[in-house]
Design a protein around this ligand. Structure first.
Ligand code: ACO
Length: 380
């Protein structure tokens, strides 16, 4: 008799995801290992708190996505399975509660769909941001070593584009149903948003490539996305809150999260209807990303830095924004401020800061943290 552990699989190991491109759109064959067969960080929302699947030997649960349209293919394989009983986990019925109907279980059919989608899929909504990266730096992924060379047919640069959409954008509701699984798999404590709440907004990031055989055709490949919720802000504007934010593992640690955050921030700045950008319960990695990008933005703002941290401001007041007192330390790499930090000096300085804060559309607590960090940086 085998022990029960022989029939128990680690769900995060057994479950793998792939972003599948049409053969012609494989950026380079050596990139396949990055896009295909990466694992979730969490499976507890699907397979239970223990993240185990019981009843199979050599279990492999592959969920493959067409890289642009996110059409899905599910393939469950194992060498042996215990006879059905209440203890054996039923995989497809469990997983199918979390993905929309219409996924394929026939690989050939899926590959035909991938080929079709490659030329037909176009991003939903309105383009709000774009940037270009050197193809050689792309994509690194975590712990994956790829030769930094280009094949003879490879492009030297790759474009990335961010699209803004709402539930009203034709086709987007169905598209979102295919991407929302990533929230459960990668955001701790993540859950599906309600489609009944009409006001959700979305920012989706894509890699954009030229087809080799027809350079006037572009193909789009999903990289990551963010859900955004507008709260009413007196008297007639909204406060836009980043609710969920993720970059898929093959694209992480390569600046794409920063680019998507910047795209959202620029969108907020450009929209008179939005008063400020806030974030819901950020994970530590996201808080770091936000701090880094906000600080970079403030440091590049010559007027703000000149007025607040220039020689004149410094000599007159130890820094115009220096009312927070000397020598304060922030705990945990600048993440948590001591009580009382963020109370900015006399009223004139408070209103000076408040004017900048509202112009820059940064939430109050975040802005005061940033100013505190700038003061500490200035004192170094
Ligand atoms: N080469 C090497 N490293 C780079 C490059 C580059 N070109 N560009 C940035 N980096 C480094 C950054 O310095 C940073 O380093 P650090 O981790 O040591 O601080 C790191 O890469 C991350 O920065 P980005 O690459 O801009 O961010 P990334 O694309 O990896 O996205 C994110 C970060 C969103 C947290 C991603 O890891 C993710 O989706 N994680 C899983 C889901 C998650 O936790 N989401 C946030 C939940 S909170 C919320 O939803 C509100």
């Amino acid at each position: 008799m085998s022990s029960s552990s022989a029939w128990t699989a680690d769900a995060n190991e057994a479950f793998s995801l792939s972003l599948v491109r049409a053969p012609e759109d494989k950026a380079s064959l050596w990139l396949r290992e990055v896009y295909e067969g990466f694992h979730p960080t969490f499976t507890y929302p699907i397979f239970g708190e223990e993240e185990k699947i019981y009843g199979y030997k050599d279990l492999s649960v592959q969920l493959k996505f067409a890289s642009g349209s996110l059409a899905q293919y599910l393939n469950v394989r194992y060498s042996e399975r215990l006879p059905s009983s209440s203890a054996v986990d039923e995989i497809e019925p469990t997983l199918s509660k979390f993905i929309p109907p219409g996924y394929s279980t026939d690989e050939q059919e899926f590959l035909e769909r991938v080929e079709h989608d490659a030329t037909h899929f176009k991003p939903y909504g309105e383009k709000i941001y774009s940037y270009t990266r050197a193809a050689t730096t792309l994509p690194k992924g975590k712990n994956v070593s790829i030769p930094q060379v280009l094949g003879p047919d490879d492009e030297e640069t790759v474009d990335f584009e961010v699209y803004h959409s709402t539930w009203k954008t034709p086709g987007f509701r169905e598209y979102h149903r295919r991407m929302q699984l990533f929230v459960l798999l990668y955001i701790e404590g993540g859950s599906y948003i309600s489609e009944d709440e009409e006001t959700w907004e979305f920012a989706v990031l894509y890699e954009k490539r030229r087809r080799r055989s027809s350079p006037d055709i572009f193909t789009y490949h999903f990289v990551g996305y963010s859900t955004l919720y507008p709260f009413y802000c007196f008297p007639e504007r909204v406060r836009l809150r980043i609710s969920q934010f993720l970059i898929l593992p093959p694209y992480q640690q390569d600046g794409h999260g920063s680019a998507l955050y910047t795209a959202i921030y620029q969108h907020v700045l450009a929209q008179p209807r939005i008063a400020e950008l806030t974030v819901e319960d950020p994970a530590e990695a996201f808080e770091d990303l936000r701090d880094r990008n906000d600080l970079k933005m403030l440091l590049a703002n010559e007027k703000f830095m000149g007025e607040g941290f220039g020689p004149q401001a410094i000599s007159s007041n130890g820094g115009k924004v220096g009312g927070v007192g000397n020598g304060r330390k922030m705990r945990g790499k600048g993440r948590t401020m001591r009580a009382g930090a963020g109370k900015m000096g006399p009223p004139a300085e408070r209103s000076w800061l408040e004017k900048w804060r509202t112009d820059l559309k940064i939430a109050g607590r975040q802005f005061h943290r940033l100013v505190e960090m700038l003061i500490l940086k200035h004192m170094d």
